[in-house]
Design a protein around this ligand. Structure first.
Ligand code: HEM
Length: 316
């Protein structure tokens, strides 16, 4: 008897530790929704075939989900009477895209396995597939996140980094999420795909001095000093629909589009890593994939926390 008590105690401690540190797992839905990965992949493949940019837009949605109270699908919630959601926060208003694609995937997933898979996990898988479909790396996505029951516009305004930020500020906003400066630089390589609005890079092309003159002139042609706020330009001037390492080659040539992009190669601590990525696509791919998993692990809701939303736009 004396020896069973410690064993029981040990078991209770082990179980409670497990709950506290509940880990995500790539096999989380292996038996509850065995076709999940195929369903997401097929829908993403159709969406990217329709519009290549969607892969970029969904990658960014995932980043903006994870940086606001963890990867909990909060960005997908519409505003309600009780909370103002994240969709209209400054970094997302007139800019967050791809929400309808997530709705379509959710509908398809619900048809196959109802009330089982979170919107947060669907977004994590869709982001991975968007990158892969545009020629980037792939990785196993740890799963088992649950969905938030609320969203925070002020957290979105405060925690998503600004394109006007300097390296120190970017570093501290990533550190606040448990991500290193190497993760910052690798993940910024997401800007090898997609587009940005004039309003996000006007200051850079008119005021910055660490910019290639021809590049600045090209960008000014479609982004006037005033007006044209929503005019678009590619974040990677070479291959905006191909996930490759050209983003880093651009930075070395002082052709980063956003002020925050060029901060990674401006005589500071990340110059060497930017050069490495610009010369070694395989190193960039491996670091990007590993950093995406780390970003996807930011404060997930697990176990009995949160819920499995039926409709990604509204709390159950
Ligand atoms: C390091 C700090 C970051 C800043 C300051 C930043 C800022 C921005 C801005 C201002 C835009 C253009 C938005 C618009 O025109 O409305 C943009 C687009 C984009 N960002 Fe970032 N970003 C950062 C990090 C990331 C990360 C970590 C990822 C993903 C891993 C990412 C992926 C994207 C993608 C793919 C687009 C293009 C979206 C589209 O075409 O719809 N960004 N980012």
């Amino acid at each position: 008897m004396a020896s069973t008590i410690p064993i029981v105690t040990l078991l209770i401690v082990m179980l409670s530790c497990h709950a506290a540190n509940a880990q995500l797992s790539p096999n989380f839905y292996a038996s509850s929704c065995p076709n999940l990965q195929t369903i997401v992949r097929n829908a993403m493949s159709r969406a990217v075939n329709r519009e290549t940019r969607i892969g970029a837009s969904i990658l960014r949605l995932f980043f903006h989900d994870c940086f606001v109270n963890g990867c909990d699908g909060s960005i997908l919630l519409d505003d309600t009477a009780t909370f103002t959601g994240e969709k209209n926060a400054v970094p997302n208003r007139n800019s967050a895209r791809g929400l309808e694609v997530i709705d379509t995937i959710k509908t398809n997933v619900e048809a196959a396995c109802s009330a089982t898979v979170s919107c947060a996990d669907i977004l994590a898988l869709a982001a991975r597939d968007g990158v892969a479909l545009l020629g980037g790396p792939t990785w196993q996505v740890p799963l088992g996140r649950r969905d938030a029951r609320t969203a925070s516009q002020s957290a979105a305004n405060n925690q998503i980094p600004s394109p006007f930020a300097n390296l120190a500020t970017l570093t501290s906003s990533f550190a606040a999420k448990g991500l290193s400066t190497r993760d910052l630089t690798a993940l910024s390589g997401g800007h090898t795909i997609g587009l940005a609005r004039c309003t996000t890079f006007r200051g850079r092309i008119y005021n910055d001095t660490n910019i290639d003159a021809n590049f600045a002139a090209t960008r000014r042609a479609n982004c006037p000093a005033s007006g044209g706020d929503n005019n678009l330009a590619p974040l990677d001037i070479q291959t905006p629909t191909r996930f490759d390492n050209d983003y880093f080659r651009n930075l070395v040539a002082r052709r980063g589009l956003l002020h925050s992009d060029q901060e990674l190669f401006n005589g500071g601590s990340q110059d060497a890593l930017v050069r490495t990525y610009s010369n070694n696509p395989a190193t960039f791919s491996a670091d990007f994939a590993a950093a995406m998993v780390r970003m996807g692990n930011i404060s997930p809701l697990t176990g009995t926390q949160g819920e499995i939303r039926r409709n990604c736009r509204v709390v159950n």
